[in-house]
Design a protein around this ligand. Structure first.
Ligand code: AMP
Ligand code: ZN
Length: 459
């Protein structure tokens, strides 16, 4: 069966056919690097990493995930912290790659940085002006949305309704409230580059259009990102790129992941409910977080909670439990393919929950089997599926020694005790008790004292 993918523009699932047979180009809008990535930001990185792994089985894939390293939020972070822009972007690019790496996200083939593509952006903006799709006003260059009759097709918005319903205060230099910035002037203390329209910096949308074109060509196969990017970011990228290219398609398939909420609430810094991957990976195995992110279909909303993590832990316990103690030679391990029904589920618009259900069927068969050869074959296939999904990368014994079965290290005990204190502060006594029980199972008794909890090994 060919891979099926849901395309946001056409609004349905379609057989995937790349422009050039046997080759695929894919672009993912990457992070704006001014702070650590939260668990919601990790969702597109993980789900599209899984898609990249799947595509690489059948195609020669070129996957670009950009870095937005010029943005007003970065400028604001530099002013707020007194650090240079370069210091901030370098720090958060490294943190992003380390944190996503801990979740098993493989590096993309190309990681273009916006600041390294200013010439390409200026050239693209120049073409849009020459062709009559953009205009200059007070040092800004704006895209004229009325020049593009397809504007709104991706996000299914009607331009006239948008204009009628515009509540934003319209900048005086805009001909229409929906016109968006391609280039804007910079004051001397802000980052800026010389251009035909004076010293300035690019708008966010043109960055991706220019980087996608430079590295992947004028028509790309797959453009991906989170649902919130459909409008305005992707709508605007689509308008710019098709107008520059005289109507040639920009992306053949648009893929968008659903949003992640935290205990049924939108994650927001002002509410203080933001989970940073950087903190989480210090306490929780990366592949457990990854599997929890893949436990819902990528287009569905995903509510993140302790029970989502517990669910993923149980799944990994079951899978590691099934393969535990089965010795495989390198040849047995490397020659195995993932089970066909796991691949089929993933090829059906990346149905990761169904792929996991299929994997459990195989684990159950393995558990029941008494035939050593069959057990080995199934274990090798389960591990091959793990390689594709980016899980089961640990030794089974190491997995269990990090959780219930083995002895906990002092560091792990301290982390659990910290989590227990946190749970009590939040009056989540069920969670606090379950941590105490977990410690007790591992032979650790705790005594609460006015200065905090003390622990000792009782067994
Ligand atoms: P940003 O750095 O805000 O541009 O976000 C980077 C990526 O994370 C984009 O693809 C967003 O769509 C995605 N994203 C941000 N918040 C969430 C969320 N809560 N759930 C899922 N994806 C998100
Ligand atoms: Zn983008």
């Amino acid at each position: 069966m060919a891979i099926q993918l849901h395309d946001t523009l056409r609004g349905r699932k379609l057989p995937f056919e790349p422009l050039v047979e046997g080759e695929v180009t894919m672009y993912l809008c990457g992070p704006t690097v001014y702070n650590y990535a939260h668990i919601g930001n990790a969702r597109p990185a993980v789900v599209f990493d899984l898609l990249a792994r799947l595509l690489r089985r059948s195609y020669k894939l070129t996957f670009a995930r950009n870095i937005t390293d010029v943005d007003d939020k970065i400028n604001a972070a530099a002013i707020a912290t007194g650090k240079s822009i370069d210091e901030i972007t370098a720090r958060y690019i490294k943190a992003y790659n380390d944190d996503m790496g801990a979740l098993g996200v493989l590096p993309p083939d190309i990681e273009p940085r916006a600041t390294r593509h200013i010439d390409e952006m200026i050239a693209m903006i120049g073409t849009l002006v020459t062709k009559g799709f953009a205009y200059e006003a007070e040092g800004h260059v704006l895209f004229d949305v009325s020049s593009n009759s397809d504007y709104g097709a991706l996000s299914k918005r009607d331009l006239r309704e948008m204009i009628a319903g515009a509540r934003v205060e319209v900048a005086p230099y805009k001909r229409s409230p929906q016109d968006f910035v391609l280039w804007k002037p910079s004051t001397p203390e802000m980052p800026g580059w010389d251009s035909p329209w004076g010293r300035g910096r690019p708008g966010w949308h043109i960055e991706c259009s220019a980087m996608a074109k430079k590295h992947l060509g004028q028509t790309i196969d797959i453009h991906s990102g989170g649902l919130d990017l459909v409008f305005p970011h992707h709508e605007n990228e689509l308008a710019q790129s098709t107008c520059v290219h005289d109507g040639a398609p920009f992306a053949r398939y648009w893929l968008h992941n659903g949003f992640l909420s935290l205990d049924s609430t939108k994650m927001s810094k002002s509410l203080g409910n933001v989970l940073l991957v950087h903190d989480m990976v210090k306490k929780i195995p990366g592949e457990l977080i990854r599997l929890a992110l893949l436990s819902a279909h990528y287009r569905q909303p995903l509510d993140w909670s302790d029970s989502a993590l517990e669910g993923a832990r149980n799944m990994l316990d079951r899978l590691y439990g099934s393969i535990r103690g089965i010795e495989l030679s390198d040849a047995e391990r490397s020659s195995a393919d993932p089970p066909a029904d796991v691949i089929e589920a993933l090829e059906d618009d990346l149905n990761s929950p169904r792929a996991m259900a299929k994997l459990f069927d195989h684990a159950r068969t393995l558990n029941k089997s008494t035939d050593d050869e069959e057990r080995k074959k199934l274990a090798a296939e389960i591990l091959a599926a793990g390689d594709l999904l980016g899980i089961l990368q640990m030794d089974a014994e190491a997995w269990f020694s990090g959780s219930e079965d083995g002895e906990l290290s002092a560091e792990e005990i301290e982390v659990l005790l910290e989590q227990r204190v946190e749970a009590r502060v939040n009056r989540d006594f069920a969670a606090a008790d379950s941590i105490r029980d977990k410690l007790a199972t591992a032979g650790i008794s705790i005594e609460d004292s006015p200065t905090g909890a003390r622990w000792r090994r009782s067994g």
